[in-house]
Write a protein that binds this ligand. Structure first.
Ligand code: MN
Length: 242
């Protein structure tokens, strides 16, 4: 009886999670609310586009494996680690912000879940010109020009040794700043050396590019600029500046 009730409760919660995440993402709405949503069990969010939507810059097979195998594994291992540590009812964002209190498995897999959920929403099918918004204006004034910004961000991505992420954040002084983090750490984490509210994030783990680009991380980085979702990044910027 107890077992059955627990099962039904979990199934119901997972069902709600799936529909909320699925709906939001399929409409390509902001990820902001999803990342702040409290959950007993985390679920893999649906992509707001098809696996082949980012071709030719990011190939279909990479996207499919990255989403259904790598991201799914972070979600599964995060749920297991939270269950073992008897932690529940928090949002993934709150978990990241207080990650020093939790076991290493929560840091690695919670970071993996948060980072990838953000990453999917920060990309879209290539083709449209970049629309001017508050973020693009702020980038120009902070870095001199859009090209200088791209160069600096790309350098951070290239120079991150081993696996990790490069970031554009709004720092504590409300200024844009570029940096990177190792493994699945992110700038929200209380124990990170590089802190801020992430506006853009780029996955530079080999699993993100190896099938198409092999060892050529720089080629993957320059291709990635073609699929950045500047509308989503702009929404994140506006919220971070409030
Ligand atoms: Mn990844």
């Amino acid at each position: 009886m107890t077992k059955r009730r627990t099962f039904l409760k979990q199934t119901a919660l997972a069902g709600i999670g799936v529909s909320i995440l699925g709906n939001n993402l399929s409409k390509a709405e902001s990820f902001l609310n999803i990342l702040q949503q409290k959950a007993e069990k985390f679920v893999l969010p649906m992509l707001p586009y098809a696996y082949d939507a980012l071709e030719p810059h990011i190939d279909k097979m990479t996207m499919e494996i990255h989403h259904t195998k790598h991201h799914q594994a972070y979600v599964d291992k995060l749920n297991k680690a939270l269950e073992e540590a008897k932690i529940s009812g928090l949002s993934i964002e709150d978990i990241c912000k207080n990650v020093s209190k939790y076991p290493a498995a929560v840091r690695n897999n919670g970071g993996g879940h948060w980072n990838h959920s953000l990453f999917w929403g920060l990309m879209k099918a290539p083709g449209e010109a970049i629309a001017k918004n508050n973020l693009t204006d702020a980038i120009q004034s902070a870095f001199g020009s859009f090209e200088d910004f791209k160069t600096k961000f790309s350098e951070a991505a290239k120079n991150r040794f081993g696996s990790g992420w490069s970031w554009l954040v709004v720092n504590k002084d409300k200024k844009l700043e570029i940096g990177s983090t190792p493994n699945q750490d992110n700038p929200l984490m209380d124990l990170s050396d590089f802190k801020g509210v992430p506006i853009l994030g780029l996955d530079v783990w080999e699993h993100a590019y190896y099938l198409k680009y092999q060892n050529k991380r720089a080629d993957y980085i320059s291709a990635w600029w073609n699929v950045v979702n500047w509308e989503e990044a702009g929404r994140r910027y506006d919220k971070a500046m409030k």
